[in-house]
Design a protein around this ligand. Structure first.
Ligand code: CMC
Length: 395
């Protein structure tokens, strides 16, 4: 027996589906604009700091001087991670992807949080702050452990971004590197109801704890169609190697119907404003290094992709130039997505806190199009056609 399938519309990829109201951010995809709590991303990148932006996104307004100072010192006090977590990282295979380590690290940190089961708003925001503060420590510690180096303890006298570079490289970064890292974190802190934010919110909607929600966010962000694109975009730019190779490389990929990483977006149908800012920093850093090769190759790739795809309204996204920036800050490419994650913790937890104020478990439907009332056959009476043989068993 088959059932009559009801006439419902399936929104593939939940395209244009709204799941909540928000006051946190707005993307004007048609005009390539992004606002956090009403402030343009350009203004925040120019005037704000990551800590101030995190305060803004969580609390809904810019902090006063004393509030920011208290907020920053609280974050600093949460930077440490337990020795047992460092020991745990030492036992993990060295080839593990840093995003998997970040999942392990955040999940493990939850077990040390004295307020894990406290679902009051104040406890939840404190937990969000602990997660935000510890993520860079976990990422940097892992990077050093896998290179047979001792982790560098967080320092109290550097801001969030600079402290990360310090723990990673073992030396205090210069002012320009600190500022560029800080801006990169601002640009990645929040971006509406993207796949990883939705994943975090689905987990939170069951009233699971905020650490679990963040682990869900990290898991979704890892994919190459989302945060994993930045690592692949730089790999592609390096593979292309020089501007002369860009045209044939891009055309070959498009002919094979392959996607070019760092281009296209579900919401932006214009140039991503974050990419514009990172493009300028990529140029500045290449100039500072006295080596324009990566930048010029990227510019040529971009020119060909836009020429070929802008009629489909595909433009450069945040992941295209961020790789060059991170590379010139001395960060290895497999850490790029963890940097995206350590910034986006603000957006994930911000949306979780907002959703919890009017929580309803997220429980959509799948439209059943299979059969019903099939006769159960004993195992020896079952036969399958060769086409039905499962691949893992072999034909
Ligand atoms: N390269 C080549 N073709 C593309 C690309 C691309 N990067 N992106 C989209 N297209 C084509 C796609 O093949 C399709 O063509 P057609 O209509 O002929 O079948 C058309 O554009 C529409 O694509 P779509 O898959 O319906 O678009 P989507 O909204 O579902 O996907 C996306 C958005 C970001 C997954 C996609 O653009 C993509 O795969 N981009 C490359 C990966 C990437 O850079 N991801 C980072 C996104 S920004 C940061 C973040 O949010 O994580």
């Amino acid at each position: 027996m088959t059932i009559s399938v009801p006439q419902v519309e399936i929104k593939k990829g939940l395209d244009e589906v709204y799941v909540k109201k928000t006051r946190i951010s707005w993307i004007d995809g048609q005009n390539g604009k992004l606002y956090y709590r009403g402030y343009s991303i350009e203004d925040l990148a120019k005037h704000s700091t990551f800590e101030e932006t995190a305060f803004l996104l969580w609390y809904g307004r810019l902090p006063k001087r004393d509030e920011l100072s208290k907020f920053k010192s609280t974050l600093v006090s949460f930077r440490w991670i337990p020795d047992e977590l460092v020991d745990l990282m030492k036992r993990v295979p060295r080839k593990a992807h840093p995003m998997d380590i970040l999942k392990i690290g955040i999940a493990a940190a939850a077990t040390y949080d004295p307020e894990l089961e406290d679902m009051s708003s104040i406890a939840n925001i404190r937990k969000a702050m602990r997660i935000l503060a510890k993520a860079p420590t976990i990422i940097a510690a892992w990077h050093r452990i896998r290179n047979n180096q001792d982790p560098v303890e967080p320092t109290n006298d550097l801001d969030h971004a600079a402290n990360f570079l310090y723990m990673l490289n073992g030396e205090k970064p210069d002012e320009l590197s600190s500022r560029i890292m800080d801006v990169a974190l601002i640009l990645h802190a929040e971006h509406g109801m993207n796949a990883s934010t939705f994943a975090a919110m689905v987990t939170a909607s069951t009233l699971s704890d905020i650490y679990s929600a963040v682990v869900s966010g990290i898991s979704a962000l890892k994919g190459p169609l989302h945060g994993g694109a930045n690592e692949r975009a730089l790999r592609m730019i390096m593979e292309v190697g020089s501007p002369e190779n860009a045209e044939s490389y891009v055309l070959r990929k498009l002919a094979k119907k392959e996607r070019i990483m760092g281009f296209g977006h579900r919401v932006y149908k214009a140039y991503d404003p974050r990419a514009k800012i990172l493009k300028e920093y990529a140029r500045m850093l290449c100039e500072k290094k006295g080596d324009m090769r990566l930048y010029e190759t990227a510019i040529k790739i971009e020119e060909v992709v836009l020429r070929e795809l802008s009629r489909k309204r595909i433009f450069t996204n945040v992941d295209f130039f961020s790789g060059i920036v991170y590379h010139h800050l001395g960060i290895p490419s497999d850490l790029f997505t963890t940097i995206f994650a350590m910034a986006r913790i603000v957006g994930w937890t911000g949306h979780v806190l907002e959703y919890w104020s009017e929580n309803r478990i997220i429980r959509p439907r799948a439209l059943y199009v299979g059969e019903l009332d099939k006769k159960y056959l004993p195992i020896d009476e079952r036969c399958t056609s060769p086409e039905e043989r499962l691949e893992f068993i072999g034909k």
